[in-house]
Design a protein around this ligand. Structure first.
Ligand SMILES: Nc1ncnc2c1ncn2[C@@H]1O[C@H](COP(=O)(O)OP(=O)(O)OP(=O)(O)O)[C@@H](O)[C@H]1O
Length: 306
């Protein structure tokens, strides 16, 4: 895959605070790449350095094959940025905003197509400030595409949106990617990273803790997994607690949940025990680690290293 963003040992300090501490990342053409991390992890600083809005103290950032330190103007022509609501003139009408932002670039998208894509056809005369949060965000996304960018940077695109507006936002971001654009998105929401992103970098304290697909991140994490099953016959809670790897047992009426640190061992021993005691395991479900588990594990690990 062609690399469109390459960061090498990037460092950014604000006085005594090191906000980005030697980050190296490569992002491929057409990827939806997520950057997640707790508050103050350095997400905005990182993304704004790649946009050319902040300067790195050391290391290099190449965007579309050019060094951002030398070619910021040329790169800005070819990237799109999600403007925060506060950066958009509130008394402007939607149509005026689209024309105004178009005038900032020499290269322009097909405006009617952008309006159609974001459902803004009937909204040209609406005042930006009169729109709901979801519609404001549609306008901001349309503005981010106004120069037909190859890469779109979205810093917290679904902040403050309700769940249905958030889902609409996801599908608009997916369309950007299916048009061949690369999308770099920061988020606090692990479920968003999982639903949307091809790969995710988890950052904490200015450092990359892990980069991979959500699926592989979940497989790597050492979080306890759950085994949920129904059973026929009398089963002893104490014996279940003694199985290798078991951390906890919730034995409700008809349903039992085992939390285990060693799924393979627990599974084998569970069936052996059922056999010995003469009861039957039914409807067995294995609950995977979630992206929240991944996030908690990675940030906990970072706390231990810091
Ligand atoms: N302009 C600045 N001057 C001084 N310190 C800053 C500045 N911008 C960010 N910081 C500090 O750098 C660290 C990283 O901030 P940054 O905004 O990049 O993190 P973030 O991961 O985007 O956080 P959030 O999720 O809260 O937006 C924080 O400790 C923050 O206080």
């Amino acid at each position: 895959m062609e690399t469109v963003i390459r960061m090498d040992k990037v460092i950014k300090r604000y006085g005594a605070k090191t906000a980005v501490n030697g980050i190296s990342l490569q992002i491929g053409k057409g990827e939806i790449f997520g950057i997640v991390g707790p508050n103050g992890a350095g997400k905005t600083t990182l993304i704004e350095m790649a946009e050319g809005l902040r300067k790195a103290d050391s290391g290099s950032i190449r965007v579309l094959g050019m060094d951002i330190a030398d070619h910021a103007a040329a790169i800005k022509e070819r990237i799109g940025v999600l403007f925060q609501a506060t950066a958009i003139p509130p008394k402007a009408k939607v149509g005026e905003l689209l024309r105004l932002f178009s005038s900032f670039y020499t290269r322009n998208a097909d405006l009617p197509a952008v309006k159609r894509a974001f459902g803004l056809d009937g909204k040209e005369h609406a005042l930006y400030k009169s729109l709901s949060g979801g519609w404001k965000q549609r306008v901001a996304l349309a503005l981010a595409l106004i120069n037909d960018p190859e890469i779109v940077f979205l810093d917290e695109p679904s902040m403050g949106l309700d769940p249905s507006a958030r889902r609409e936002m996801w599908s608009m971001i997916q369309s950007m990617s299916s048009e061949g654009r690369t999308v770099v998105v920061t988020t606090h929401y692990m479920e968003e990273a999982e639903a949307l992103c091809d790969r995710v970098a988890i950052i904490a304290n200015g450092t990359v803790m892990a980069v991979d697909t959500p699926e592989r991140l979940k497989q790597q994490v050492n979080a306890p997994r759950k085994l949920r099953f129904r059973h026929e016959g009398q089963l002893g809670k104490e014996e279940l607690e003694k199985l290798d790897g078991v951390l906890g047992v919730e034995a409700g009426p008809g349903i039992t949940v085992l939390e285990t640190a060693d799924m393979d061992q627990t599974l084998q021993q569970l069936f052996r025990l059922a056999d010995e005691q003469g009861w039957i395991v039914k409807g067995l479900q294995i609950e995977q680690a979630s992206m929240d588990d991944v996030f908690n594990e990675m940030t906990r690990l970072e706390g231990r290293l810091a």
